[in-house]
Design a binder for this molecule. Structure first.
Ligand code: WQD
Length: 340
């Protein structure tokens, strides 16, 4: 359809990227997907086309291949970018830091240089709550506000901090020009109600909910709960689980905010936490999952996992107020949609 704004979505076949593409179409945008399919498959593109009801332009390109990425800019008129593409496994990043620094930072540099060259000034960046590190070490910072000092404890988190810094420096270099939204996700969970897109990581999942899904499907024998000796209501650690559809809506809200700034010929670079604003313990999520699944899945309490902290819950007042965004779904909805 003519007249629609076109959003370049890097990592558009990924978990959060694909859910955001659906929301973008539902809000009248057209998308171009760029993905190297490192952690997804081209089947996702077909599923997305089914969901949005039209063909979607897809380039199987790695953002580290600047020539390949430039072809996307040369062949299309792009109004804005949402940048998801990134290596994102915390544990893996500690084992192969060089790969993480190279891939994540070079991808961002290539993207920003081409945006400058082709005069695309609006970018929504997928950052992560992991930039805060162990916020419980900062007095009065739970729930975590955007003003909490940053303290990444792994190379993955450090690459996000470096890219955030890069965006701030670029914004300061020309305060009128660039419109950047930095979205710090807490723990995304759940799936689109259609069941056509969801979290399907290649290999053994790192995260709690997809791990429980693999126990339920029999791929994995049992869930190990990392520690029940935390000073919390049931001894297990607290996180802020946000439904991926709410998260996707948050990206559209942020894009609209940046477009308004563009209309006002204003530059901006600003962070927003995207979480539910509510903390849930591991056992509470486990119980919600079993309820949605319809039967108990086996688990065993084991020792704490290195790097885990007692509580990471988001303060989301800024996004609620400024982006006019409010999470509508909860952990139970997420577990139901995932089981579907
Ligand atoms: C959640 C809770 C575990 C698995 C990570 C990244 C973060 C972000 C989201 C990218 C913790 C417990 C988990 C299991 C368990 N990713 N758990 N058994 O560690 O909060 O955040 O994912 O941006 O960067 O750090 O998520 O799902 O791994 O763990 O008991 O098999 O579940 O201890 O308390 P986490 P998680």
């Amino acid at each position: 359809m003519s007249g629609r704004k076109t959003v370049l979505v890097t990592g558009g076949t990924g978990y959060i990227g694909s859910h955001t593409v659906v929301e973008l179409y539902e809000n009248g945008y057209d998308c171009i997907l760029v993905d190297n399919l490192h952690n997804s498959s081209s089947q996702l593109v077909a599923n997305l086309e089914t969901l949005v009801g039209e063909p979607i332009k897809f380039y199987q390109t790695d953002l580290c291949d600047k020539k390949g990425l430039e072809q996307v800019f040369r062949e299309n008129r792009i109004d804005s970018v949402i940048h998801f593409a990134s290596l994102k496994a915390v544990g893996e990043s500690a084992k192969v830091p060089l790969r993480y620094y190279r891939k994540n930072i070079l991808a961002a540099l290539n993207l920003l240089e081409l945006m400058e060259q082709y005069e695309v000034k609006i970018l929504v960046f997928a950052s992560s709550a992991t930039v805060y590190g162990d916020a419980t070490k900062q007095p009065g910072m739970i729930p975590i506000p955007e003003t909490c000092p940053l303290g990444p404890t792994n190379p993955y988190g450090s690459t996000k901090v470096i890219i955030e810094k890069l965006l701030h420096d670029l914004h300061i270099s020309d305060e009128k020009l660039w419109k950047f939204a930095i979205l710090r996700y807490f723990n995304p969970i759940g799936a689109h109600p259609s069941g056509l897109i969801g979290e399907d990581p290649s290999g053994v999942p790192n995260n709690l909910v997809p791990y429980m899904a693999q126990v339920a499907s029999g791929k994995i024998e049992k869930l190990r709960i990392f520690g029940n000796d935390y000073d919390t209501r049931d001894g297990t650690a607290i996180r802020d689980y946000v439904h991926v559809v709410d998260l996707a809506k948050g990206h559209v809200a942020a894009l609209r905010y940046l477009e308004k700034k563009d209309d006002e010929n204003e530059g901006i670079c600003r962070e927003w936490n995207l979480g539910s604003g509510t903390g849930s313990t591991v056992l509470e999520v486990y119980n919600a999952f079993c309820k949605a699944y319809g039967k108990e899945i086996p688990y065993e309490i084991v020792g704490r996992r290195d790097g885990d902290v007692i509580n990471l819950t988001a303060k989301i007042d800024r996004a609620v107020k400024e982006l006019n965004w409010k999470p509508q779904l909860d952990v139970a909805d997420a577990c139901e949609s995932l089981c579907r």
